[in-house]
Design a protein around this ligand. Structure first.
Ligand code: PAF
Length: 326
């Protein structure tokens, strides 16, 4: 595995080796988090499986820690073929495939098993297939875990505690509507700007799953963590459609198997950090509280207006079919 932080000049470079007629394709893979995050672990596993099964036809260059820019820019790079692959959150996905926004609705999923079953099942796979219409190809849904709120202003127990809170949200209309409805002052922002904005006090807080809070050491810039679990955070393994269309069937099969294995590794990382993360962050000095079921219900009530909008956009029956999915 090679790591790089430079933007690439050309994608899919064919590197001729000593043997005549043999060429390797370099796959540039960009992601927002560090090599020891759930994204890094998945990217590494992906590379391992491809390397084991594709007779040296592919090499990989990793661009971790937003080395290729924000998630939206990287996805646009895939569309025009300057980057081959990425692992991203659902943050900006609805700009490309609007239907994905349904998975960003707060309090939609009961737990990780529920979310995984929907994403791996017919609903998730049907939406995954729609990326082919926009010069992208979805290999598999991954995940980050449930998102929680961190901030520097005060502990959060009731919706009144987020009143006026300058909270960074992803550039995602579904999340924005929820924090607006709660009376916060949501500020959509690309991830590469978040840490410095927290340091400079431009924003008071942000929300992300434990996988991110721990691997990015958000405790260094945030005092309070509220285990709100207000929304599940899917991730996705995407490849460039121009790149995908250039693969033959056996290469596509190798990539699909690698994606399955990468998701297993990513979910195992999330399972582990969901168990150990709170203790780790407490030891690092964060002040942590967990919302009880009753407190969560108050937040659910506070975003009732946003839910009306979600029903208008995605259809109440469709949203409810996900909520009640067994
Ligand atoms: O908050 C976000 O934008 C995403 O969760 C992150 C941290 C970039 C991981 O995809």
């Amino acid at each position: 595995m090679a790591f790089s932080f430079r933007a690439p000049a050309f994608a899919g470079a064919l590197i001729a080796l000593g043997t005549p007629g043999f060429a390797q394709t370099d796959v540039k893979i960009g992601y927002a988090l560090a090599p020891d995050s759930h994204y890094g672990v998945a990217a590494e596993r992906f590379e391992e499986v491809v390397t084991e099964n594709a007779d040296g036809q592919f090499t990989f260059t990793h661009f971790p820690s937003s080395g290729l820019g924000g998630e939206r820019e990287v996805i646009e790079g895939l569309q025009i073929g300057t980057v081959e692959m990425t692992i991203v959150s659902s943050g900006t996905l609805a700009n490309f495939v609007p239907e994905t926004g349904v998975f960003d609705i707060p309090f939609l999923f009961r737990d990780l098993d529920h979310a995984r079953a929907v994403l791996d099942g017919e609903i998730g796979q049907e939406i995954l297939a729609r990326f082919d219409d926009v010069d992208l190809h979805g290999l598999a849904w991954g995940e980050q875990g449930f998102r929680h709120i961190t901030n520097n202003r005060n502990p959060i127990e009731t919706p009144a505690d987020v009143e006026g809170l300058k909270i960074r949200t992803m550039e995602n209309p579904v999340h924005l509507a929820a924090f607006d409805a709660m009376g916060a002052a949501p500020t959509p922002m690309a991830w590469p700007e978040v840490i410095s904005s927290l340091q400079q006090g431009v924003i008071d807080g942000q929300e992300n799953p434990l996988s991110v809070i721990v691997s990015v050491s958000l405790d260094e810039v945030q005092d309070y963590l509220t285990l709100s679990g207000h929304v599940y955070s899917p991730a996705i393994l995407l490849v460039s459609k121009p790149f995908w269309d250039g693969l033959d069937d056996s290469q596509k099969q190798v990539f699909e198997t690698a994606a399955e294995e990468a998701v297993i590794a990513m979910r195992a990382y999330v399972d582990e950090v969901e168990t150990s993360g709170v203790e780790t962050l407490r030891e690092r000095g964060m002040q942590i509280n967990e919302l009880s079921a009753e407190e969560k219900a108050n937040f659910q009530e506070a975003i009732a207006d946003a839910y009306d909008g979600y029903y208008d956009t995605y259809g109440q029956d469709f949203v409810e079919s996900i909520v009640t999915y067994q």
